[in-house]
Design a protein. Structure first.
Length: 268
């Protein structure tokens, strides 16, 4: 089983570009939590708003390419790879050139597909374990005030209610059902009906204002009150081909990257 929540040498971590965020959310007791303000650019393993990669191990490029790269080029090439992986569609090619050496590369994605994998879902202890899911790992916006249920049923306990236009990370959609499993800071917190959510677009991200509520910025349950379970999931994967050249020398690496339920592209 692959642990998608573990950040290792072969995992693309994400740089999260956050806008100033403030707002509040109502919990099941009727209390409100102020989110405060979080300006600037910061790194996090789970909060994914825009896709840029931070440092990954040189072996992630294949040993031959990794040996051709210094630390600055390794980070720059990883960012370019992540940008391409986050884009939609196959047979896209981008070029990269070092700003301080003769290194250059072409990167191509292909063969986007769904693969069946066993994944580990971390959730608050009072949240029902999901069945099989279609992993999504993307930010969604709430189109109308949306209750977050502790199990996929409108008769279940409501953990909180998300205000209209708030944003949230969607782990995935339950197979054959109209329920989305949503998370806060990497932990599933409940289920929202799919009709109440819409994928965030570049325009909606740009339009997000200081009054937009983001659940990841609100206080979360203590880690001791979480559990994990293994579920079957349909995961989006695509092939990534990198051809690097340096002073007449060339090397090629072809690998598979799969997108986790928290939006992290992980090399197999």
């Amino acid at each position: 089983m692959r642990d998608f929540y573990r950040i290792g040498a072969k995992t693309f971590s994400i740089l999260c570009i956050s806008v100033s965020i403030s707002g509040c959310v109502t919990d099941q007791s009727g209390n409100t939590a102020q989110t405060g303000t979080e300006p600037g650019v910061h790194t996090t393993r789970n909060h994914v708003v825009a896709g840029l990669a931070s440092l990954i191990g040189g072996e992630s490029f294949g040993s031959s390419i990794g040996n051709m790269l210094d630390n600055m080029d390794r980070k720059a090439l990883a960012r370019k790879q992540q940008q391409l992986l986050m884009a939609q569609g196959d047979n896209r090619t981008v070029t990269w050139q070092s700003d301080h050496s003769a290194m250059r590369a072409t990167i191509t994605t292909s063969n986007t597909r769904q693969e069946e994998k066993s994944i580990r879902i971390v959730r608050n202890a009072n949240v029902a374990a999901p069945g099989s899911i279609h992993a999504i790992g993307a930010r969604y916006q709430v189109t109308s005030a949306a209750p977050v249920y502790l199990s996929p049923s409108t008769s279940a306990t409501v953990a909180m209610t998300l205000p209209t236009q708030s944003t949230i990370m969607v782990v995935g959609q339950l197979t054959g059902q109209n329920w989305m499993l949503v998370s806060q800071q990497g932990r599933a917190v409940g289920y929202v009906t799919a009709s109440a959510l819409h994928p965030m677009t570049a325009a909606s991200r740009h339009a997000a204002s200081s009054g937009t509520f983001d659940l990841d910025a609100a206080p979360s349950a203590p880690a001791s009150k979480t559990v994990s379970s293994t579920v079957n999931a349909s995961v989006t994967c695509r092939d990534l081909k990198t051809v690097a050249t340096d002073k007449g020398k060339s090397s090629t690496a072809t690998e598979t990257a799969c997108r986790s339920p928290q939006g992290v592209w992980e090399l197999n």
